[in-house]
Design a protein around this ligand. Sequence first.
Ligand code: PMV
Length: 345
Amino acid sequence: MFRSSQSTSQSIAPQLKATARAGSNIAFIKYWGVANPRINLPLNNSISMTLGALHTTTTVEWDAGGRLGADEVTIDGERVEGKKAERVTQHLDLIRHLAGDRRYRARVVSRNNFPMASGIASSASAFAALTVAAVAAIGLALDRTRLSAVARHGSGSASRSIFGGYVEWERGNDDATSVARQLFPAEHWNLRDVVVVVSTAEKAVSSQNGHTLALTSPFNAARIDSLYTALQEVRAAITLRDLNRLGPVIEQDALAMHAVMMTSKPSLLYWQPGTLEVLQAVRRWREQDGLPVYFTIDAGPNVHLICEPAFERELLRRLQTLSGVRSTLTSGPGDGAETVDQHLF
Ligand code: PMV
C-alpha cells in the first residue's frame, strides 16, 4: 500500500474541486491476468495507444464542510449506486489515505463522450480522469508516474491512460514499480483506431473479474512466454512506424488473449457472430485486396481496426457492407490525462 502524505507525497493548498479529462486506450499487447488482484499487479507488460477522440471528463469536489454522508457518484447523467459506486469510493479511499486520511466525502460527476452502450471499455479513461481530478482537488502534487500507480488500483488499463501517445505499462514487482511510461508522444505516429460496434449488450463478466481467471487456463503460460518477443516487436514497429510489422503481432496477441479467456474455468466467450464476420472480412480485404488493416479485440465483442489515415475512408466504406456492424467510432492517438478549467457542476 502507498504511504500517506506525511511521508512521501507533497501537499499543496487544496482547491477542493478539480476536473480532469482522460482518453481511453487500445492495447496492442494486452493486460490479461493479475499476479496480485488487491493492487492490480499484472502478469505481463502491456503496450497501448491513448485515444484522443474517446474520453472521459470527471469533476471531483471534496466536501470539507462534512455535509455529505457518503460519496455521491453520477455517471453520464445518472446517479450510480451499488458495485459501481463502491468501486469509485474504494478509489477515493486510496486518495484520502494518500492525503493523510482526510475524512472528506466527495461529489463526483463523470461524462463519457462516447456512448456507454457502444461497449467501449470506459474503465481506463474513467479511472485515469478520476485519479487526476481527485488528486488535484485534494491538493496532492504527484508526478505522472505516481498518478499511474494510483490509477492502476482503479483499473489496470487506467495506468496507461495517464500518459499520452504510445505507452508501456511495466509489470513491476510491487505497488511503486508497476507503472506506465510513455514510449512516444501522440505526434510520433498518426495511427487510426476504427472501433467497430457489433453489440451494445453489457458484458456478462467484467474484465476486473476476468483477470482473476487467466491462471486457470492451460494456455495462459504459453501466452506469457510468447510476450517477451512480442513486446520487442511492438516497440520496434512503433519506433519505425511500421504497421505491417505491428499488425501481425497485435492480432496474434488479441487471439492469444481470447484463447486464454475461452479456456479459463469458467470459460469466457466474449465474441458474437458479428465479431467473427469483421475478423474474416478484414483478413480477406488485406490478403485479397491489399488493404493494410489489422484487428485487435478487448474483453468484449467489438473489434478495433488499426490502420493508417490514408485507408480509413475505404475501410469505413467496406464496413458498411457487413450485416453485423451497428456503428463505428474513430480515434487517433491523443494526449495524457490533464486537468481542465471547465467543471461539470
Ligand atoms: O483495466 P481493465 O481491468 O479493464 O482490463 C483491461 C483488459 C483489456 O482491455 C482486455 C486489455 C488491456 O490491456 O486493455
